[in-house]
Design a protein around this ligand. Sequence first.
Ligand code: RP5
Length: 183
Amino acid sequence: KWTRVHYRTDIGKKALVRMQAVPRVGIVMGSDSDLKVMEGALGIFKKFGIPIEMTVASAHRSPERAAAYATSARDRGLRAIIAGAGHAAHLAGVLAAHTTLPVIGVPIDSSCLQGFDSLLSTVQMPPGIPVATVSIGKPGAKNAAILAVQIMAVSDDALAVQLKAFKKEMAEQVEKKAETQTI
Ligand code: RP5
């Protein structure tokens, strides 16, 4: 469904954007080295036909860019933000501080501590600024996308129907494997 990939000038030259319409979910990474993990979210958005945008902004290396991204997110049409970062992963928290949109954090296993550091720094938000933190790494990126779809489906019946079919499909795959494999 994504017919083009181009750069959105309004959020910076490095902003990788895949879109067919106004993006509804923003995926932000602390570094372009996080892309191999955050790519795990893309298949879900493609499956559900939800236009998204991806960009790089760091809570530490480019704090103004991160703040500007989150501050403008709702007005630009986004409905949720997914933030993936490694090491002392403050990106999701910083974005959450600057927006009223739901922020989903993906801890990335890019440091010597293999994501345990990122998990704690993403999930342990102080009261008042929640970040919905998913599991570490690529499975977390996929779950972040599903969670974003579920958030949007609260006010979108067509998406809710698609989600129901998605769950049914997963259950059928389990049944199929159970029938064909001897454990
Ligand atoms: C974090 O530091 C990023 O999110 C990334 O996971 C990690 C390493 O970044 P690079 O040194 O590869 O740019 O801020």
